[in-house]
Every structure is written in C-alpha cells, then in structure tokens.
Design a protein around this ligand. Structure first.
Ligand code: G3H
Ligand code: 13P
Ligand code: ZN
Ligand code: NA
Length: 280
C-alpha cells in the first residue's frame, strides 16, 4: 500500500532497523523492488533521481505510485538528490511523499537558505524532507586527510542546520561515497555517526546514509546500531539489472523478466541486511 516515508522511518527508529531506498529507472525496476518487498514482507522506498526523472517523466512517477498502491506491504515514493530548486518545486505536485533537498554543493549558509525554502513548501504539502550536510565524495583514492575531513558532517553545524531548516531527515557524510569504495575499503567515522544519532534523537530527525552500495554486512550493522534508518542503494541494484540485460539474449520479454529477477534478488538481500525484512 502507498504509505508515508515518515511512518516507515518512525517504525524503523522504534524497531532499530533501516529501510532501503532503491533507485528506479523503469517499470521493471519498480516491479523488482515491489516484488522483493512483498516476498520479504518489508517496507521499501522507491526513489527517483532527477536524471531518471528527466528520462522517465511523470509516467515513471505514476508507475511508482500505482505499484505502491497495489502492493500488500507499505511502499513510498521519494525524489532523490534535488540539487535544483526548479526540479524540487515541480516534484511537489507529482505524487512523491518525500524528497531530498541536496544543497551539499552550496556553502553552509546557502545550503540553509535553500533547504529552508524547499522544506517549508514541502511541509505545506505534508511531505517528509531529507537534506544533506557535508559533501559526499566520489571514489577519490588520493583524497588528503584534510580534504576527507572537510567533507564530513560537522556536529555543531548539524544542530544549527536542523534548527534552522526544520528538516525531518539528515543525510550524513561520515566517509560514505556514491558508487564504488576505494580498494582499501570504506573508511566510515562510526563515532561521528553515533554522536549524530544522539543529536538526531534529541531533535526528532532520522539519519540517512547515501552510498550504501559496497558496504559489508558488518558495516551496515554498525551503521544501523548507530542510528541509520534509511540506506540509499543505487549502484548494486542497477548493476544487477544491467549485467543481466547484457547477457540474456534477444527476446525482449525474456531479457526484461531476467533483469527484473536479477535486481529483485539484490533488493531482497539488502532488505535482510537492513533488518526491514519481516517488518511489514
Ligand atoms: O538556490 C539556492 C539559494 O542558495 C538560496 O535560495 O533563499 O531563494 O531559497 P532561496
Ligand atoms: P550507491 O550508488 O553507492 O548505492 O548510492 C546510492 C545513493 O546514494 C542514491 O542517492
Ligand atoms: Zn545519494
Ligand atoms: Na557506495
């Protein structure tokens, strides 16, 4: 059933687990996530990146909403990485239940203004607002210690950011990266995460971790223990879909069905790791 992201994250906080937010690009991807959620009795978040929205448009959002409505477990539809005010304002009207205001490319001051502006509009529509503080790196093996630390979420700024913007969920930068982790493996600041959770509980906001692809079972557990309630997963599920596409022949019906199954298997595995399996 179509649910609210706030309810999903509230239940996750109460239950000490996390919900997966999976990036979707097309019908088969949407079906893969929903089928995994139903089989695993798990809540799930379907999220659309602005790039995917440019390609799939309103029909892609409608596809997510309709699949959520027909599902027997709670599903929500989320707009990921809103770096443009224009995109976010458009997203307010399309059926998303939550959105991410991504002002992480801005200065702290501008990020506050940008996030506050979109946050008040989204709240007037009853949507949950996620925003990022700090700056997520790509995989940069040669990052200096100073550069690495400059990108981390600062705890005092986080408090000011939450107070000033009224956000509901905070995407943290603790050394997590989009895409692949460096060969040396992830370097997550788990103590910082723990402190951020103490703050987030006090403020009534939920912690989000982007870049969950490439994290080991153990690190995922560590993050959940320290308060992460939403994991964003793109690279691993997309790779499963695309690897299957390129290896399953010429019959498009069969090709799409196989890709869907391949993606579904990865989504289901994540639901177990996140502890959301069996919670719906
Ligand atoms: O684009 C974002 C600016 O930094 C601040 O925007 O104050 O008009 O919401 P705003
Ligand atoms: P990964 O591609 O590392 O899974 O990150 C996904 C993400 O953060 C989407 O917003
Ligand atoms: Zn992300
Ligand atoms: Na990643």
């Amino acid at each position: 059933k179509l649910s609210s992201t706030k309810d999903l994250l509230f239940n996750a906080e109460k239950g000490g687990y996390a919900v997966g937010a999976f990036n979707v690009y097309n019908l088969e991807g949407v079906e893969a996530v929903v089928a995994a959620a139903e089989e695993e009795r798990s809540p799930a978040i379907l999220q659309i990146h602005p790039g995917a929205f440019k390609q799939g448009g309103i029909p892609l959002v409608a596809c997510c909403v309709s699949a959520a409505e027909q599902a027997c477990v709670p599903i929500t539809v989320h707009f990921d990485h809103g770096t443009s005010k224009q995109d976010l304002v458009e997203a307010l009207e399309l059926g998303f239940d939550s959105l991410m205001v991504d002002g992480s490319h801005l200065s702290f001051k501008e990020n506050v203004l940008y996030t506050k502006f979109v946050s008040s509009l989204a709240h007037s529509k009853g949507m949950l607002v996620e925003a990022e503080l700090g700056r997520l790196s790509g995989t940069e093996d040669d990052l200096t210690v100073e550069d690495y630390e400059a990108k981390l979420t600062d705890i005092d700024q986080a408090q000011e950011f939450i107070d000033a913007t009224g956000i509901d969920a905070l995407a943290v930068c603790i050394g997590n990266v989009h895409g692949k982790y460096p060969a040396s493996g992830p370097n997550l600041k788990l103590d910082l995460l723990k402190d951020l959770h103490t703050l987030s509980l006090k403020k009534g906001v939920f912690l989000v971790l982007h870049g969950a692809s490439g994290l080991s079972e153990e690190l995922i557990k560590d993050c959940i223990e320290r308060g992460v309630r939403k994991f964003n997963v793109n690279t691993e599920v997309r790779k499963a879909f695309m690897d299957s596409l390129s290896s399953s022949g010429k019959d498009l019906v069969h090709v799409m069905a196989s890709a869907k199954e391949a993606m579904k298997a990865v989504v289901a595995e994540k639901m177990h790791l996140f502890g959301s399996a069996g919670k719906a």
